[in-house]
Design a protein around this ligand. Structure first.
Ligand code: HAM
Length: 421
C-alpha cells in the first residue's frame, strides 16, 4: 500500500495554496499598518518552556504535546502554540531594552497538537498571531483585538462574534480560586480524575472540563466577575470603552476561560456565527499574560496577543461563501508548430520570463490544437503562435484571447507588446 499522510495533517495543493498566500499577504500588510514586525522562532523548543509557559495542568501540556528526546537526551517539544516561544525570544534577546516599546511582533507558522482530528481540528495547523509586549494599557488590548477583527473583515467575513472577559489580576484570581476550591471540594469525588487533580492546583480548569460540563455544580460555580478587585474592573471597563470608541461590537461572557494558564485580565475569542460552520466555532483566541516573561526568567513585561488558525479561517470563508481574489495570472502561452519553431519558442519564453512576464509553453510536443486548449485552460491573456512562415519573417502571431484581436509582432518587439497591454 502506498504511504498516506499522518492523521490530522493535510497537503495544501496548488489551487488551494493561492488562498493561503492571499490570506498571508493581507495579514502581513495589516501588521505593517499596525506596526507589528515579523518574528520566526523554532518549530521545537525545550519541553520545559511549555510546561512553565502554557502551564502543566492544561490539556495542551498534559495530553497534546509532541514531545521527544533528541540524540543528546534533551526533552524537546514541537511547539503547540506561539506565545511561549515568542516571549522566550523576547527575554533571550533582551527586547525589553529596545528603544521602541512596546515590542510588537507577529508570526505565521505551523503548530502541533495531538488532538482528536475533526473538522477544524488538526494535529498540524498554521497559526497567524501577534504579541505586543511591554505595555499594560488597555488601549493596546483594544488594538490587538481590533487587528484580529480587521483581518477577518478585510477578507470579507461578516458573521463574527467577539466575546470578551476579564480574568482579573493575581489578587482577584487568588480570591476566586479559593472560592472555587470551597465550591467543588465537598463533592470533588463526583468529578473526573483530571478535575480531582486540578482542584488544588488550578480549579479554574475544572470549568473548562468536557467530561464534567453537565455536573450541577458547574452552573452554580462562583463567577470570576464577582471577584474582580477595583483595579481589574477598571481595566476591563476601559477596554470596553476603547472597543466602543472603535465601533467594535462585543459580548461580555463571564464564563470565557481560555485553555492556557498564562492569562490574566483580558481574555477574548472571536467566533463564526455563520450557518453551516462546524461544531467548533472559535476562529481566534487571545488575551493578556502579564506574568509570563517573569515565569520564563525575564523581567516584568506585560503582554497581550492572539492567534488564529488559517484552517478555521478558510472554513469560515467557505461557510459564508466568500471567494478570495486569487486568479492565477498568465500573460502569454507560446505555441510552436514544428521543430524549428520550437527552438525559437524556447528562446522567446525564456526571454519573456526574464522580463518578468508570466509565460508558459508546451513541453509535451503536442499538436497545435492541444497547445491552444492548454492556453485556454490556463486562462492566458495572449497566445503567441509561431509557424514556419512567421519564423522566416522574424515575427510571431499574437492573439488576444479576450477580444480575439490578432497581430503579427516582430520578435524584438514582442516583450514590449506583451507588457504594454
Ligand atoms: P488557542 O486558543 O490555543 O490560543 O489557539 C488559538 C487559535 O488557534 C484557535 O482559536 C484556533 O483558531 C487555532 N487552533 C487551535 N488548535 C487548533 C487545531 N487543533 N486545529 C486548527 N486550529 C487550531 C493560543 O494558541 C494562544 N497562543 C493565543 C495567544 C496569543 N494568546 C496570547 N497570544
Amino acid at each position: 500500500m502506498s504511504i498516506q499522510i499522518p492523521r490530522g495533517t493535510q497537503d495544501i495543493l496548488p489551487g488551494t495554496v493561492e488562498k493561503w498566500q492571499y490570506i498571508e499577504k493581507v495579514a502581513k500588510e495589516l501588521c505593517e499598518q499596525y506596526q507589528y514586525k515579523e518574528i520566526r522562532t523554532p518549530l521545537f523548543e525545550h519541553t520545559e518552556l511549555f510546561e512553565r509557559g502554557v502551564g502543566d495542568t492544561t490539556d495542551i501540556v498534559q495530553k497534546e504535546m509532541y514531545t521527544f528526546e533528541d540524540r543528546g537526551e534533551r526533552s524537546l517539544t514541537l511547539r503547540p502554540e506561539g506565545t511561549a516561544g515568542v516571549v522566550r525570544s523576547f527575554v533571550q534577546h533582551k527586547m525589553f531594552g529596545q528603544v521602541n516599546q512596546p515590542v510588537k511582533l507577529f508570526y505565521n507558522g505551523p503548530m502541533f497538537r495531538y488532538e482528536r482530528p475533526q473538522a477544524g481540528r488538526f494535529r498540524q495547523f498554521v497559526q497567524f498571531g501577534v504579541e505586543a509586549i511591554g505595555s499594560d494599557d488597555p488601549s493596546i488590548d483594544a488594538e490587538v483585538i481590533s487587528l484580529a477583527m480587521e483581518l477577518y473583515e478585510r477578507l470579507g467575513l461578516k458573521e463574527l462574534k467577539l466575546v470578551i472577559n476579564s480574568l482579573g489580576d493575581k489578587e482577584s484570581r487568588i480570591a476566586h480560586k479559593e472560592a472555587l476550591i470551597n465550591h467543588f471540594k465537598p463533592r470533588i469525588d463526583e468529578f473526573c480524575a483530571d478535575c480531582q487533580m486540578r482542584l488544588e492546583k488550578n480549579p479554574l480548569r475544572i470549568l473548562d472540563c468536557k467530561k464534567d460540563r453537565d455536573h450541577e455544580l458547574m452552573a452554580t460555580a462562583p463567577s470570576l466577575a464577582d471577584y474582580l478587585n477595583e483595579e481589574s474592573s477598571a481595566y476591563f471597563k476601559k477596554l470596553q470603552h476603547y472597543l466602543t470608541l472603535m465601533g467594535i461590537e462585543f459580548e461580555v461572557d463571564p464564563n470565557l476561560v481560555r485553555g492556557l494558564d498564562y492569562y490574566n485580565h483580558t481574555a477574548f475569542e472571536i467566533m463564526s456565527s455563520a450557518e453551516g460552520f462546524g461544531a467548533i466555532t472559535t476562529l481566534c483566541g487571545g488575551g493578556r499574560y502579564n506574568g509570563l516573561s517573569e515565569d520564563l526568567g525575564g523581567p516584568s513585561a506585560p503582554g497581550i496577543g492572539f492567534a488564529l488558525s488559517i484552517e478555521r479561517l478558510l472554513s469560515a470563508l467557505e461557510a459564508e461563501n466568500i471567494q478570495l481574489p486569487v486568479a492565477a495570472a498568465l500573460d502569454c502561452y507560446f505555441v510552436a508548430m514544428g521543430d524549428q519553431a520550437k527552438d525559437k519558442v524556447v528562446e522567446l519564453t525564456y526571454k519573456a520570463r526574464k522580463h518578468h512576464l508570466h509565460a508558459e509553453m508546451d513541453t509535451l510536443n503536442r499538436k497545435m490544437k492541444a497547445q491552444i486548449k492548454s492556453a485556454d485552460r490556463l486562462k492566458a491573456k495572449y497566445v503567441a503562435i509561431l509557424g514556419e512562415d512567421e519564423l522566416n519573417e522574424g515575427s510571431i502571431v499574437v492573439k488576444n484571447m479576450e477580444t480575439g484581436h490578432q497581430e503579427n509582432v516582430p520578435f524584438e518587439k514582442l516583450v514590449d507588446y506583451l507588457k504594454q497591454s
